[in-house]
Design a protein around this ligand. Structure first.
Ligand code: GLC
Length: 724
């Protein structure tokens, strides 16, 4: 009970913090059209220099700290307008009504690059309509443990999948003139105590697991902003970590945008500026004129240390057209039916059908006269996890409303809340007499949120309810509303059908009902491994024992106040053994494997062939590619989509490598009986690993297995490639 009180307090304070800003107080940004007096046909770098030369030191420093919780200050004298940010990856959280999308992990479960593009474009249109120029997303932190409170906000356990799906999202948002902010760099893989826990990670693990999604977002997505995380990484706060913000991000990856801090995450002045920090949010606590002036007077900083971040900001704002357009673009709606349709399309493809014994689903509307819908989650269906990613859904469609709408008037729908007590006799009878029973379980946005981690198990009363309903009705379907995998072992054998429904935004309930009744053929695939037992995860050996245990002390203010306590190390001792890399390498049987998801039709993969079966490593390092071609056929009776997944195995290597690694995927829609040929490109990065002895990526000569399947555990075809 006390935990709930703390969580509620945190949620209230996070909302209060956000609402404290102009943006969240329900105000609408005023139209404005302030443009600096420069020749806008000049290159962005040139205009940035022209403005920089005109700025006083005070004006420069003024630009390095935010205001109103979500804005970068204007410089009136030079007609530099205020630049507004908003959270974030599932929609425009601030500035009144917006379309609420499925959360990022649900977007990832679609494995559909086109949908990520459409979602990004739609969210960016609403940004432009509202006057927002910086979207504080997407988040791409790796799903290291199943109980991170913010797993819902990221794109799963595999760095290749997360990076590949971040690309279309970033390109679409930035195509609309809105800056994306890839976050939280780096190793913020738990919110248990995000200010205090020092992520201790070896170089190879960083390079192969925790950096790649960010590197892809920078190099192939072209993100113009990166947000540093709260936590220290290998002993240095991310916000002043030169290794992260300069050596890796800029020197190694060529990042040329700006680094924005997470909110209240600087701990000094000189460190961040020397490390590569450009902008302190939500306001300058450390990058203040007074502090900076003192350090300049002491010779610890020079004006050049200030010019660098200001130049990054100015150049990016000119480059993205922010300094050459009105604040708002009224050609776009702030929300609309069309936008909501994109949210629904994404939700439809996110749902993962995990179990469907005797083809209980899809339900046959003609044969169904009575459905029992049980559980509070059916009526109050969580649409997003708690915290800064949560978009207020206007008129959200709950699972119960979705079922009622899709089933139609001919079907009697009996809703039983069954929240705290056992079913009454009449409720039991209602369930027994129903043709099917749908039990909706999962977490609220208070129990699954930023600022703290979550429980591995479902709430006890929900697990008990599943068993109780399954005992009363043999045709029980469970819908799971959460951003992560959960414990299912204690009840799974008792139910014939299970759907992972994530947090699906404003249209989620409709999408769930459409899958239940078969108007949508599910095509989602798990972006993470679901285990039978908590202890099956290698990573939890190096994590906290009670992730959902909360304490006021650790949560003083939603962001935590590190000065009240000392830093604690969290060793990423599992190294590369994250998710399926561990389960497949160490032969641990998952409950449901990475990449898994059932369909109402069936598919056959065949005829895998490689454009070459032998190639010198030198040709790969020179940029040559290998084409892997596979035939896929819809062998069932109805149209559907399948995700062709390509994994690479390096059986012999000088350093130990995971059993397999995802290196390609494509989602394909096929009519019954239809076949298609899919070609996936393999390059140096498909075979290379990071040799931390040599400090570089290498691909070693030898035989590699190229494997194609529809999950990490269901490989249909293999081919051998010899690297010379
Ligand atoms: C929060 C989050 C970050 C968000 C920012 C602004 O603490 O960590 O993801 O964008 O503050 O709300």
């Amino acid at each position: 009970m006390f935990d709930q009180l703390i969580k509620q307090t945190v949620q209230n304070q996070m909302s209060a913090d956000a609402n404290s800003s102009f943006a969240m107080s329900g105000n609408r940004l005023e139209d404005s059209h302030i443009v600096p007096d420069v020749d806008h046909s000049l290159p962005a770098e040139k205009n940035a220099e022209i403005i920089l030369q005109q700025m006083t030191l005070e004006e420069k420093v003024n630009m390095l700290g935010g205001e109103d919780n979500l804005a970068i200050k204007a410089t009136e004298r030079l007609k530099l307008p205020k630049v507004w940010c908003s959270d974030a990856s599932a929609g425009v959280r601030c500035f009144q009504r917006a379309t609420a999308f499925p959360v990022p992990i649900a977007m990832a479960a679609t494995w559909n690059r086109n949908l990520l593009d459409q979602a990004g474009e739609t969210i960016a249109k609403e940004c432009r309509a509202k006057g927002v120029s910086i979207l504080l997303g997407p988040g791409v932190n790796i799903y290291r443990v199943p109980t991170c409170g913010r797993n819902f906000e990221y794109m799963g356990e595999d760095p290749f999948l997360a990076g590949e799906l971040a690309i279309p999202y970033i390109k679409a948002v930035q195509r609309m003139g809105v800056i994306t902010t890839v976050k939280h760099f780096a190793c913020n893989n738990s919110d248990y105590d995000r200010h205090r826990i020092n992520s201790k990670v070896d170089e190879r693990t960083l390079q192969e697991i925790y950096y790649p999604a960010f590197k892809t977002a920078v190099q192939r997505g072209g993100t113009k902003s990166v947000m540093s995380s709260y936590n220290p990484v290998n002993g240095s706060w991310a916000s002043e970590n030169h290794e992260l913000l300069t050596r890796i991000l800029r020197d190694e990856w060529g990042f040329d945008g700006f680094v924005i801090s997470d909110w209240i995450s600087l701990y000094s002045t000189e460190g961040p500026l020397k490390a590569g920090m450009d902008l302190e949010m939500p306001k300058a606590d450390f990058l203040t004129f007074k502090r900076i002036k003192e350090l300049i007077n002491k010779g610890r900083l020079t004006e050049k240390d200030i010019d660098r971040p200001v130049r990054n900001l100015l150049k990016t704002f000119f480059e993205m057209g922010i300094y050459n357009r009105p604040l708002k673009d009224h050609q776009y709606p702030e929300y609309s039916e069309e936008h909501s349709q994109v949210s629904l399309d994404t939700a439809r493809e996110a749902i993962v059908l995990l179990k469907n014994e005797n083809n209980l689903l899809p339900l046959n509307r003609e044969a169904i006269t009575r459905i029992a819908v049980v559980g509070k989650m059916a009526k109050e269906t969580t649409t997003c996890g708690g915290g800064s990613c949560c978009i207020k859904s206007f008129e959200p469609v709950s699972i119960l409303e979705g079922i009622r709408a899709v089933a139609g008037d001919s079907v009697e729908i009996n809703y039983i809340e069954a929240d705290l007590n056992r079913l009454t006799h009449s409720e039991q009878k209602m369930v027994e007499e129903a043709d099917v029973a749908v039990v909706a379980v999962g977490f609220t946005s208070q129990d699954e949120s930023e600022c703290y981690d979550k429980s591995w198990e479902l709430p006890y009363l929900q697990s008990r309810l599943i068993k109780e309903i399954a005992a009363l009705n043999s045709k029980t379907i469970v819908t799971l509303t959460t951003g992560t995998g959960v414990e299912t072992e204690s009840w799974l054998t008792q139910v014939p059908a299970l759907m992972h429904c994530f947090f699906l935004g404003e249209q989620g309930g409709k999408a769930v009902a459409e899958v239940l009744f078969g108007s949508v053929n599910p095509s989602g695939k798990l972006p993470f491994t679901m285990a039978k037992k908590w202890a099956d995860f290698e990573s939890v050996k190096y994590y906290v024992k009670k992730p959902d245990k909360i304490s006021v002390f650790r949560i003083i203010g939603p962001q935590g106040k590190p000065k009240f306590r000392r830093i604690r190390d969290m060793e990423y001792g599992e190294k590369l053994m994250v998710g399926y890399r561990h389960f497949d390498t160490n032969r641990v049987t998952p409950q449901f494997p990475f990449g898994f998801g059932l369909s109402f039709t069936s598919f056959e993969l065949s005829q895998l062939s490689l454009s070459e079966t032998s190639i010198p490593v030198s040709r790969l390092t020179e940029g040559d590619k290998i084409a892997a071609t596979i035939k896929i056929k819809n062998t069932g009776q109805r149209a559907g989509s399948e995700v062709v997944q390509l994994y690479v195995k390096d059986p012999e290597s000088s350093l130990p490598r995971p059993d397999k690694e995802l290196k390609g995927f494509e989602k394909v829609h096929l009519l019954p009986g239809e076949s298609k040929e899919i070609t996936l490109q393999l390059d140096f990065s498909s075979f290379a690993f990071f040799d931390d002895n040599k400090g570089q990526w290498i691909a070693e000569p030898g035989e590699f297995q190229v494997m194609v399947g529809n999950s990490s555990r269901n490989i249909a075809e293999k081919a051998i490639l010899k690297l010379g």
